[in-house]
Ligand binder design. Structure first.
Ligand code: SLL
Length: 158
């Protein structure tokens, strides 16, 4: 459809990961692959109490480290846009975001450094140990410049 000239719609979202130690003694869980010590998930989500990201985000492809079988994982709306795994090592997750077709926008690429070990200053690391969780989140922005009218209407009426 016709583009809305001189207009931009933008949305914040969160790209993050969470990891924890696997309980290798708990026989009700697992067994885990040899050498795996961590559980983790990597995700894209909206802000708390923010607008629904599936209005504009339809599919996310997560590219994991090549040591993983099927290292490209695809998640479609309604999501949740996340991948859960176990492993032993940190790496950079590559993501490709596919948008609502009405947006007529090319897919966009993002990266996220998966954190499995506590990081940051001493106090921050202490909090992560106490919580038994290492969370690493980055605030991201998506901008739709001169969006097609139909998409613009969808975004502003949510
Ligand atoms: C690297 N950071 O870049 C290191 C190691 C390895 C990640 C990353 C297990 C995969 C699997 C896993 O944790 N891989 O066993 O399926 O080389």
């Amino acid at each position: 459809s016709k583009k809305v000239k001189g207009t931009r719609v933008s949305r914040y979202f969160i790209l993050g990961s969470e990891s924890w130690n696997l309980d290798l003694e708990d026989k009700t869980k697992g067994p885990y692959p040899e050498g795996h010590t961590k559980g983790w998930r990597v995700y894209i989500k909206g802000l708390d109490n923010g607008p629904d990201i599936t209005t504009w985000l339809k599919k996310v492809m997560f590219k994991l480290h090549a040591t993983y079988a099927d290292h490209t994982r695809t998640v479609e709306a309604p999501g949740p846009f996340e991948v859960s795994e176990t492993g032993y090592g940190e790496f950079v997750v590559e993501l490709r975001m596919h948008f609502e077709p009405l947006a007529s926008e090319r897919p966009q690429y993002r990266t996220h450094s998966l954190r499995l070990e506590p990081f940051g200053d001493e106090a921050q690391q202490e909090r992560q140990r106490a919580a038994g969780r290492v969370v690493s989140e980055q605030l991201e922005l998506i901008e739709f410049n001169e969006p097609p009218e139909a998409f613009y209407q969808k975004m502003i009426s949510e």
